[in-house]
Design a binder for this molecule. Sequence first.
Ligand code: GDP
Length: 365
Amino acid sequence: MERFGLVGLPNAGKSSLYNALTNGAALAAPYPFATKDPNIGVAKVLDPRLDALAEMSKTQKTVYATVEVVDIGGLVEGASKGEGLGNKFLANIREVDAIVFVLRAFEDDDIPGPSDPLEHLRIVEIELALADLETVETRLSRAQKTSRMDKSVTEEMEALERAQVHLAEGRPLYRAGITEDDRALLAPHFLLTARRVLAVVNVAEDKIDTIPEMEAIVRAELAPPGSASANDVEVLGMSVQLEAEAAQLTGQDRIDMLEALGLGEGALPRMVRSAYHLLGLRTYFTTGEKETRAWTFNAGAKAPECAGKIHTDLQRGFIRADVIAWDELLAIGSWNKAKDLGKIRVEGKDYEVCDGDTLEIRHNS
Ligand code: GDP
């Protein structure tokens, strides 16, 4: 399962966002870590396409895709120099696939800390870059020693040297436009800033009309169009407090509250979808009377690999996939009708599955 880590200064709204994201999901998925670590939870990837297919199939059970969310506390200004919990927070971040910055933009005299999201961004980025610099310098001196005996580490050493130049200037690697080759060479070092970033700008509950403006301010600083970070960073504004309140409601009450506030489906589904997009994740569906389910796969994966998400037997014994796009199926109204109309395509092992495909896998058991 993919894992997102929430990172930010104290009182930015991380715990509130964590609660909003994982609310109710614990019921959806019994989860081994849940009892061990209160800061790791599971969030449902809400998806209206899945809901529509479930309704069409009058399905007994709807299974959403899920992601893990980790609330990473402990980052304060000077953490890389040992302030607060020091570098302890870093161990948790190394294990996440994408970093979610929570940047505070709400003012509240009772809650300490800056309310300028760019100030939050500056501190968070410098702490992460300094932490990476420390890692890179340690690894570099080791690599320099071994490279004398073993020329195969030269490439890795050079990648570390290039990273060091950026980090020493306080530039996180997602802003540095590092090549895919360098990214691969640096991967074993689990650098924090060598991953993709989603920045959540947390605006006040009574200032939701400023969301577009706040997003634009943060985007202009973090990922201006055409910049090295433009593809690796996304920015999303929301009122974490309102989202958290809505997340406590269920069904129609939740929809009514969000609609009354003009928040549409709410920002949380969009947030999870943005993170999915950043990580190159895609979704396909299976649907029937018993179960309608979303499956996560990596963009570009072929049909057998996608079948393997359901069960390795389906990958091993893969014969073919019957395929139709979710919206086409929905417009027709049922799988059998689509079949009668000849709208179900038969695809072989080289088929690259598309986001939103509905599949039925044929396999040898
Ligand atoms: P964390 O330290 O980053 O985990 O931040 P928390 O989620 O614990 O939030 C810190 C405090 O700010 C709590 O008292 C929250 O209720 C409050 N808070 C979070 N988001 C908002 C918001 O959008 N508006 C206001 N007024 N308070 C908020």
